[in-house]
Design a binder for this molecule. Structure first.
Ligand code: GLA
Length: 331
């Protein structure tokens, strides 16, 4: 007799939410699987600026509405992703009518309009928003990432965005979200940024650690130090985009049709250790979202090597639990 498969999120019910990044096609194909195992969902792309407002004043809410309606109907929470980012944001946002760079005034009014419309539409239905995504530079000699937001508005854009989001939905938890968040140098930059926003009175309620990690790194100790540093600001922590690639970033091999035994074993051990760590910090960590639902679909199939399969989750390509699943639910 096949073993009864327990619900993933139920194993963490009194600790933190367990989420998956989804798109509408995935909800059609795997709605039941997602509902069983996840109690939070995030739109992988369908709530990004270019998807919601491709042209000024023309909003396309069909897909986002479908995701929110699905979640509300099933009693699943929604994490909103994302309001201010340098990618997947249309060029018109940063230009005036003649194609020259928008003035500060124009850009701020567009930002406010977008946030009011989007956050306002889902008020009470989205429990947390990634208000600003990836504003910090990776290169160690620079702090802020050089983006049109920074060029046209200065550093103040973050404070403005958080205030606007809070005005649009005072109940939603507002997050600053970033990757390479365990790197000691970037970690301090993120810490300082959020600390200074809090000192200015910005309504920042949490830090999103994306968690695009792999089976070799970052070390558990580096993850622990980042969690402790961010939690010392007395904000909530969400793991927002967790996946454990079976390849190191530099590894461009394309010959595998399945993970090697060594990869699988390392991944199991890492998932176990990482979730043990999350449990240790359950008073700060309130949500853990995988950047996908199962190994049949992951953005890593196209990054950093286009068309190379990856297997970064705890469910396999047939939506069946991997050994990692059994290890993390054990607790
Ligand atoms: C970043 C973004 C996500 C997504 C991933 C890649 O982490 O925050 O929205 O685009 O890159 O899929």
């Amino acid at each position: 007799m096949p073993t009864e498969i327990p619900s993933l999120h139920a194993a963490f019910d009194n600790k933190f939410k367990i989420g998956a990044a989804v798109h509408t096609k995935l909800l059609h194909a795997e709605g039941e699987f997602i509902t069983k195992h996840y109690n939070s969902i995030t739109a992988e792309n369908q709530m990004k600026f270019e998807e919601l407002q491709p042209e000024e004043g023309r909003y396309t809410f069909e897909a986002a509405d479908e995701i929110v309606d699905f979640a509300v109907g099933k009693g699943i929470g929604v994490r909103g992703h994302t309001l201010v980012w340098h990618n997947q944001t249309p060029e018109w946002v940063f230009q005036n009518a003649s194609g020259a760079p928008a003035s500060r005034e124009l850009l701020l009014s567009r930002l406010k309009e977008h946030i009011d419309t989007v956050v306002g539409r889902y008020k009470g239905q989205i429990y947390a928003w990634d208000v600003v995504n990836e504003a910090i530079e990776d290169k160690s000699d620079l702090v802020m990432r050089d983006t049109p937001w920074l060029q046209l508005l200065g550093e103040d854009y973050l404070l403005q965005a958080f205030q606007m989001a809070h005005e649009a939905d005072a109940e939603a938890l507002l997050f600053y979200n970033d990757y390479n968040e365990t790197d000691p140098i970037k970690r301090e930059k993120i810490y300082n940024l959020v600390r200074s926003l809090l000192e200015k009175g910005a309504p920042v309620h949490g830090i999103g650690m994306q968690g695009h990690w792999n089976i070799h790194g970052p070390s558990i100790e580096e993850i622990r130090l980042a969690i402790e540093r961010y939690a010392s600001l007395n904000v909530q922590l969400h793991i927002t985009e967790l996946d454990l690639s079976v390849f190191q970033f530099e590894d461009r091999r394309t010959d595998l049709t399945a993970p090697t035994a060594e990869m699988a074993e390392l991944q199991e051990r890492r998932f176990e250790e990482i979730f043990q760590l999350f449990r240790e910090y359950e008073s700060s960590i309130t949500s853990v979202t995988f950047w996908g639902a199962a190994d049949n679909y992951t953005w890593l199939d196209h990054f950093p090597v286009r068309g190379r399969k990856n297997w970064p989750f705890v469910f396999d390509q047939h939506l069946q639990p991997k050994e990692s699943f059994w290890r993390i639910i054990k607790g």
